[in-house]
Design a protein around this ligand. Structure first.
Ligand code: DAH
Length: 336
C-alpha cells in the first residue's frame, strides 16, 4: 500500500506540473482530493486493514491529502498572478486635439470701440443693469407721461425699478458723481420687451458716450464720431449727420455711414439709400445738465449712443441678430 502511495504522489505531481489552465486544475482536484476522489476512496479502504496498521496508514494518507491541497493552491495562485500582455505605446497615434475658444463678436466690438475712445481721452465706466426709473427716464428728460417711453417697452421690477432700456442713464450717474470735465464711455447690456426677429432681441448691448466741458460744440461731436467711424469701419467710409429727436439732447442727430457694399450708390443691404444708420447723438439738453447738478450756463456737452449688435452686423455683414445669441460654434468661431 505504501508503494501505491508513492506512485500516486508521483503521478499527481507530474500532472500538476503539466496543466495549462484553471479548468484542468479543478478536474485534478476532483480526481484526487474530491469527495469521491482517489484519496477519499483509499481512506475508506482503511477499514480493511489490521488495527495496528490503521493509524499509520491513516496518518500517511492525511499527509498526502495535505500535500496535494498545498500543491493545488500554489498552482492556483500561479494562474491568478499571471502577467498581463505587455503594455505597448503606439507613438504613431495622433495627439488629442483641444479647442481654443474665440472671443464673441459683440465682445470684439465692445473692446474695439472702447480702445478707439480710450485713444481719444475717454475713460470706461460700468453701470447697473437693474436701474431706477429716475435714471433710465426721468433724469433724461423723459417724465412718466412722455411718449418716448412708448418706444422702449420695459421690463419693470417695481414701479420705480426696471431693467435698463438704454445705457444713457450712465450720463446722469457720472455727472452726479463728478464735476466737469467728463469724458466717458459706458457699454453693456440693455433690455426691452421686443418680439424676437432678425433685428430685435429682448437683450442687446449699447455703447454710450458723454463729454462735458467748457466750450464743447457740435464740431467736437462730429469730429469724435467721424474719427470713430473711420477706425471701426475703414478710412473710405463717409459719415453723415441728420436731424433726429431724443428727449435728452438738443439739437439731436442720427448718424449714418456710407454703405460699404455699394460705396454709397445704393443696394439691397442699405435699402437703396447708400447709407446705414448707426447711432443717435446730440448736444446734452441743458435741463439734463441742470438736473444732474451741472451749471448749464457754464458747461456744454455732447452724448451719443449706439447698438453694439448693429455695429457688428454692419462691420461683419451679418443679416440676423439672433445669430449672436444662438451659440452656434460654426458662426462664433469665424471671429478671431
Ligand atoms: N439711448 C438712445 C436709444 O436707445 C440712443 C441715444 C441717442 C443715446 C442719442 C444718446 C444720444 O446718448 O445722445 O435710442
Amino acid at each position: 500500500m505504501e508503494k501505491d502511495m508513492e506512485s500516486l504522489k508521483e503521478k499527481f505531481h507530474k500532472k500538476i506540473a503539466s496543466i495549462k489552465d484553471r479548468e484542468e486544475l479543478q478536474r485534478i482536484r476532483n480526481e484526487y482530493i474530491g469527495r469521491k476522489g482517489i484519496v477519499a476512496q483509499m481512506l475508506k479502504n482503511i477499514t480493511l486493514l489490521s488495527s495496528e496498521e490503521k493509524p499509520r496508514v491513516g496518518e500517511l494518507l492525511n499527509r498526502i491529502k495535505r500535500d496535494f491541497q498545498k500543491a493545488i493552491a500554489e498552482k492556483d495562485r500561479e494562474f491568478l498572478t499571471e502577467k498581463p500582455v505587455e503594455e505597448k505605446i503606439d507613438i504613431t497615434i495622433p495627439g488629442k486635439d483641444f479647442m481654443l475658444g474665440t472671443i464673441h463678436p459683440i465682445e470684439l466690438i465692445l473692446k474695439a470701440t472702447e480702445d478707439i475712445f480710450l485713444g481719444m481721452g475717454f475713460c470706461i465706466v460700468d453701470g447697473p443693469e437693474v436701474e431706477l426709473d429716475y435714471y433710465n427716464f426721468e433724469a433724461l428728460n423723459i417724465p412718466k407721461d412722455h411718449p418716448a417711453r412708448d418706444d422702449q417697452d420695459s421690463f419693470y421690477i417695481t414701479p420705480d425699478i426696471l431693467l435698463r432700456t438704454q445705457t444713457s442713464p450712465m450720463q446722469v450717474r457720472i455727472m452726479e458723481n463728478q464735476p466737469p470735465p467728463v469724458r466717458i464711455i459706458s457699454a453693456g447690456k440693455c433690455y426691452r420687451r421686443d418680439s424676437i426677429d432678425n433685428t430685435h432681441t429682448p437683450m442687446f448691448h449699447q455703447i454710450e458716450g458723454l463729454a462735458v466741458d467748457k466750450d464743447i460744440s457740435m464740431a467736437d461731436l462730429k469730429g469724435v464720431i467721424i474719427e470713430f467711424c473711420k477706425q471701426i469701419f475703414g478710412k473710405d467710409r463717409i459719415t453723415r449727420f441728420r436731424p433726429g429727436y431724443f428727449p435728452f439732447v438738443e439739437p439731436g442727430v442720427e448718424v449714418d455711414v456710407s454703405c460699404g457694399l455699394c460705396k454709397g450708390k445704393g443696394c439691397q443691404s442699405c435699402g437703396y439709400s447708400g447709407w446705414l444708420e448707426i447711432m443717435g447723438a446730440g448736444m446734452v439738453h441743458p435741463h439734463v445738465l441742470e438736473m444732474a447738478g451741472y451749471n448749464a450756463q457754464k458747461y456744454t456737452g455732447f452724448a451719443f449712443g449706439m447698438g453694439a449688435e448693429r455695429i457688428a452686423m454692419l462691420k461683419y455683414g451679418i443679416n440676423d441678430i439672433r445669430l449672436f445669441f444662438e451659440n452656434d460654434l460654426r458662426f462664433l468661431t469665424q471671429f478671431k
